[in-house]
Every structure is written in structure tokens, then in C-alpha cells.
Design a protein around this ligand. Structure first.
Ligand code: MG
Length: 201
């Protein structure tokens, strides 16, 4: 079965980013209306898939266990609005801090597309095939936009977090849309989705 998906960066897109890595549970603060927006996308049939670089693990500023706790807290917050994520991936690798146990995840670090390919395999195991032409990558950095484009997805940049619009221009990796925040981005996705549904009805 063909499914649409929203690939989502975490820090600066779903939750507020900080200048360093997110390392503590009290740093998990949802960006305004992100939960309501994700719930609408989920109800419209989109698989919600988190794709996050967590190089702080290789760097030694946060443990893998803490990242799992932070993600579990995020999931519990989203679950109260029926907006929990379907799949979560993070890349512990960092190019400046090589560690034998994490170097296998080099191809996972955005803008590389390893996490998207892994999601594709994991969904295939459930008999689901991603409809790339109607699926999106939403993030606040140029690497998010590039990762989405490399994977054949439609990229949206959000202005929350780093909002790297100028860097996208410099690197010639232009998103389909620059949205104020996740809520505006999902609003755009759902408008396109409704138009497609009407066209195919
Ligand atoms: Mg980010």
C-alpha cells in the first residue's frame, strides 16, 4: 500500500532548539501549535517520521539513553493530542568526533539520506511503500532541505530554530516553501493533499 509521509526534523522544528544540544528533559518545549498541526497531518493519513541529527552523542555532551528519554517525553506530550510520531530515527555520528560504535551511522547524518532509507525499509517490512512525490521533509536547517531533496521528497524550510533561508540560497538547495513554523508548513501540505484527493475522487 502507498502511504504519504512527513519527515520531520526535531530541534527547531517540533521543539524549541537551544544553542547547544538538547540534553535535559526540561529543554523539551513544544513549538506553538506543533502538536495540533501534527494531529491534523496524522488524521489526513500521513506517517509522521522524525529524522534528527544527534551528533552530541558522539561528542559526549549527551548520552544515547538521555536522547531516548527526551524522545519518549516528546512522544508522551504529542500522544495527549493524538499526534505521536510513527517512527523515530536519530544519527549519533559526528564527523569531528569519530567513535567506532557510531561511525556505522555516518550515512545517517543529514544531509545524507540514511535515516530516510531506513524508514523506507522499515515501512516496507509492514507492506507500506512511501509515496515520495506527495511526501515532505520539514526542517529549519539547510541540511534538512538538502536531505529531503536528495531523497526525492518535497522540502519545506521553517523559520523557527535556525531558519537557514540564506544558506539554502547560497548552496542552491531551495525549498518548495519557506513557512513561518510547523503549523504553517502542515497547513500548506494539507491544502495540497486536499486538492489531490478531490482530483482523484
Ligand atoms: Mg533543527
Amino acid at each position: 500500500m502507498l502511504v504519504k509521509a512527513l519527515f520531520l526534523d526535531r530541534d527547531g522544528t517540533i521543539i524549541h532548539d537551544s544553542s547547544e544540544s538538547i540534553v535535559a528533559l526540561d529543554q523539551v518545549r513544544l513549538i506553538d501549535r506543533a502538536d495540533d498541526a501534527l494531529a491534523l497531518a496524522k488524521r489526513a493519513g500521513f506517517k509522521l517520521i522524525m529524522i534528527s541529527n544527534q551528533g552530541g552523542i558522539a561528542k559526549g555532551v549527551v548520552t544515547k539513553e538521555r536522547v531516548d528519554e527526551i524522545n519518549a517525553l516528546l512522544q508522551s506530550i504529542l500522544a495527549t493530542k493524538n499526534a505521536s510520531l510513527d517512527l523515530l530515527y536519530y544519527a549519533p555520528y559526528h564527523p569531528k568526533y569519530p567513535k567506532p560504535e557510531y561511525d556505522a551511522f555516518k550515512s545517517w547524518r543529514k544531509p545524507e539520506t540514511g535515516m530516510i532509507r531506513q524508514a523506507q525499509r522499515d515501512l516496507a517490512a509492514q507492506g507500506l511503500e512511501i509515496d515520495f512525490a506527495n511526501s515532505f521533509f520539514i526542517g529549519d536547517k539547510q541540511i534538512d532541505v538538502e536531505c529531503g531533496l536528495r531523497a526525492g521528497l518535497r522540502s519545506i524550510l521553517v523559520k523557527t530554530g535556525y531558519g537557514e533561508e540564506e544558506i539554502c540560497k547560497e548552496k542552491h538547495t531551495l525549498p518548495e516553501l519557506v513557512a513561518n513554523d510547523l503549523c504553517d508548513a502542515i497547513d500548506y501540505v494539507l491544502k495540497i493533499n486536499r486538492a489531490n484527493v478531490v482530483r482523484h475522487a
